[in-house]
Ligand binder design. Sequence first.
Ligand SMILES: *[C@@H]1O[C@H](CO)[C@@H](O)[C@H](O)[C@H]1NC(C)=O
Ligand SMILES: *[C@@H]1O[C@H](CO)[C@@H](O)[C@H](O)[C@H]1NC(C)=O
Ligand SMILES: *[C@@H]1O[C@H](CO)[C@@H](O)[C@H](O)[C@H]1NC(C)=O
Length: 496
Amino acid sequence: MVVHGLLWLLPLFFTPISFLPRTCASSPSVLPELTTPKVRHSNLLRSAIQRESSDSQEDELWSPLDDQGWIPAGQSSNRGALPEKTEGYLQVFLDGGLNQQRMGICDAVAVAKILNATLVIPYLEVNAVWKDSSSFSDIFDVDHFIGILKDDIRIVRELPDEFSWSSREYYATAIRPNRIKTAPAHASLNWYLENVSPVLQSYGLAVIAPFSHRMTFDNVPTDIQLLRCKVNFQALEFVPHVRELGDALVNRLRYNSDGSYLQEITDSNVKHAGKFVALHLRFDKDMAAHSACDFGGGKAEKLSLAKYRQVMWQGRVLNSRFTDEELRSQGRCPLTPEEVGLLLAAMGFDNNTRLYLASHKVYGGEARISALRSLFPLMEDKKSLASTEERAQISGKASLLAAVDYYVSMHSDVFVSASPGNMHNALVGHRTYKNLKTIRPNMPLLGQLFLNKSLSWSDFRDSVIEGHMNRQGQIRLRKPKQSLYTYPAPDCMCAA
Ligand SMILES: *[C@@H]1O[C@H](CO)[C@@H](O)[C@H](O)[C@H]1NC(C)=O
Ligand SMILES: *[C@@H]1O[C@H](CO)[C@@H](O)[C@H](O)[C@H]1NC(C)=O
Ligand SMILES: *[C@@H]1O[C@H](CO)[C@@H](O)[C@H](O)[C@H]1NC(C)=O
């Protein structure tokens, strides 16, 4: 997991992040799609469709996590309230998708606090993959954000008129002395004091861009860590229309319109009446190409993904140096919809399980999802649960779509993600903070099991159950260098 997680960050550090638009000559998405993905594990799939799960297995699966003795930490007040005067304005430009930007926002608040600066509501860049131009206030509730943090730092929605020249375009066209371009990955607090404070003093405004993954998680005073936690877990709330749509989806997953549970309660489904699993499935072309794994779409798919790697990363993708077998046995391949279906079936989820698919676009389309649907016929997503009118405000906007999926995933009884990445990490962290059940696929184990073409269903099931016993939300303490947004204990939580 960790290995793959780090690899996934590589394009961030290896591709030049600039303010200039990407100059890809041709958009890879216009290449013809020739793929017809096939079922890859037909023996397992056949057995899985006929599976029967035991009552005791289902009891375990659907019961909430036990109290693990950890609760969200309160606020520390040892740094005191707002400084009497501000040292100037801090502005950050955030790259990446919704969840990478989310971490950047938390770090920006912490840096503003360290510098006694006034934070300008962060500017969200349009990402080359997600292509969403939604601003901070289109996604997050700004009043709530400012209100929750009002005793910690000063925040303004916009720069005052005297700084109105400080725009994205201004920094894109020339080198500007008030812009800090060289913040190292995971920079220390001292780095900010030494390099950004002087800029604040000289210009009254410091701009840091790029600013993703630019603040260390180690040797940070407790009150600053707690402030990062407070931003992530309390101050960042989605705008009302996203929460309302999310609530509507959650209600439709749980209940009939008359308020009764969706499924008639019979002996066989009493365990999960009104409950649902949220499955985050990031299986788009970008991810498929970057992983360099073989997903069963034959020669056409292989060529198409190789071409994509060439256009997007000029072929510089570390994984493409390994064979599919090597990648799989190291757990570096995202699970396909079919594979994640087999995982859930082996764990004991039966075909009455309500599955919410938190997913943007699945590479290969319905053909790739059909195996999963055959295992979980009660599968829903935003489209199946809400009308076009209800979705009008979020339609076509990757960040808002992801926000709705995040919200529904936070409200699910069980959350599982088919591949590591920022959304997975953000939800694992947030659900840990709230002690909610979260299945973390054991990628190396699954990779190895799926390589064995003669594996029987019962062997597969037993290995999966054993290999996921302690991967359902048990507290894992953050280790040095790990992110506090993925591992909120012990920085954001206390042992009660
Ligand atoms: C679920 O599986 C059982 C046993 O294989 C089968 O009889 C039943 O029709 C299936 N239900 C659905 C909704 O597919
Ligand atoms: C921030 O303000 C506090 C007092 O409120 C002061 O002790 C500290 O040195 C200031 N730091 C900077 C970087 O200005
Ligand atoms: C593959 O699975 C079969 C049957 O479940 C088992 O007997 C065999 O040892 C497995 N092979 C490997 C290489 O693990």
